[in-house]
Design a protein around this ligand. Structure first.
Ligand code: NAP
Length: 249
């Protein structure tokens, strides 16, 4: 039920952090992996090679709207198919709402929401044309549920990801495409390095996590394989928190 052999998964932003861990987990479950990103992903490619599946980097800057439509065709040309899409790449700009600039708004929305929608669209079109099922997993955030402080464009984008996930599930479930999201809690990656380095915020964050620790990227392995596999065929439109209990407090 959890076996992904013979499938191809596209994972955006898999050179580091959560994307790297999810790409490796999908490879361990048997999927070939197309790493979509703008930075060489040597470490991820080497780790995936150890699992025996195929992987390759498809170069794309997801902030550049003109590249989005080329990604899925290139994956199909190189791998022959595209079954699973993980929209992981994301960016954050910290600034007070009174000071946030148009560029800090646009650069976050372009990568975290615009690229996600249009990549979902191209992926779903090919699945519908081929009458083939598909799995889309978008990476949301605790700020899909909460407001956050000093990250207004990030909160808007991640709340958008959750809403978009529901909207697309409603339209595409009829084609056998599952659209779901994972909302990671506080994970130890580049994205949260500034928070972790702030002693006061670090202590506040740890004090609210029932599991008593920051998440490690490998903590997402079970959720991503579940949502990418036949085990989740009747799961639609959810945003699954993987947060050590943060939202339960
Ligand atoms: P990270 O280590 O900073 O990784 C972000 C990834 O996104 C990198 O691979 C980065 O590539 C890629 N990316 C950013 N802008 C891009 C662009 N224009 N084109 C292509 N790739 C781009 O952060 P992370 O924590 O693993 O974050 C992964 C996802 O999880 C993000 O969507 C983030 O919002 C979400 N998330 C993280 C946490 C957490 O606690 N860490 C919690 C909730 C949600 P480059 O290396 O080339 O910049």
């Amino acid at each position: 039920m959890f076996d992904l052999s013979g499938k191809t998964a596209l994972v955006t932003g898999a050179n580091t952090g959560l994307g790297q861990a999810m790409a490796i987990a999908l490879a361990q479950a048997g999927a070939d992996i197309a790493l979509i990103g703008r930075t060489p992903a040597t470490e991820t490619l080497n780790d995936i090679a150890k699992t025996g599946v195929r992987s390759e980097l498809i170069f794309a800057d997801l902030g550049d709207a003109s590249t989005i439509s080329k990604i899925v065709p290139e994956v199909i040309e190189k791998f022959g198919r595209a079954d699973i899409l993980v929209n992981n790449a994301g960016t954050i700009k910290r600034n007070a709402a009174l000071e946030l600039t148009p560029d800090q708004w646009d650069s976050v929305m372009d990568v975290n929401l615009r690229a996600v929608f249009f990549l979902c669209q191209v992926f779903a079109k090919q699945a519908v044309d081929l009458e083939q099922p598909g799995k889309i997993i978008n990476i949301a955030s605790m700020l899909s549920f909460q407001g956050g402080v000093r990250v207004p464009s990030y909160t808007a984008s991640k709340s958008g990801v959750s809403g978009l996930t529901r909207a697309l599930a409603n339209e595409w479930a009829q084609y056998g495409i599952n659209v779901n999201a994972i909302a990671p809690g506080y994970f130890d990656t580049n994205n949260t390095a500034a928070l972790k380095a702030d002693k006061k915020r670090n202590a506040e964050i740890l004090g609210r996590i029932p599991s008593g620790r920051w998440g490690q990227p490998s903590d997402l392995a079970g959720a991503i394989v579940f949502l990418a596999s036949n085990a989740s065929d009747y799961v639609q439109g959810i945003t699954l928190p993987v947060d050590g209990g943060w939202l339960s407090r």
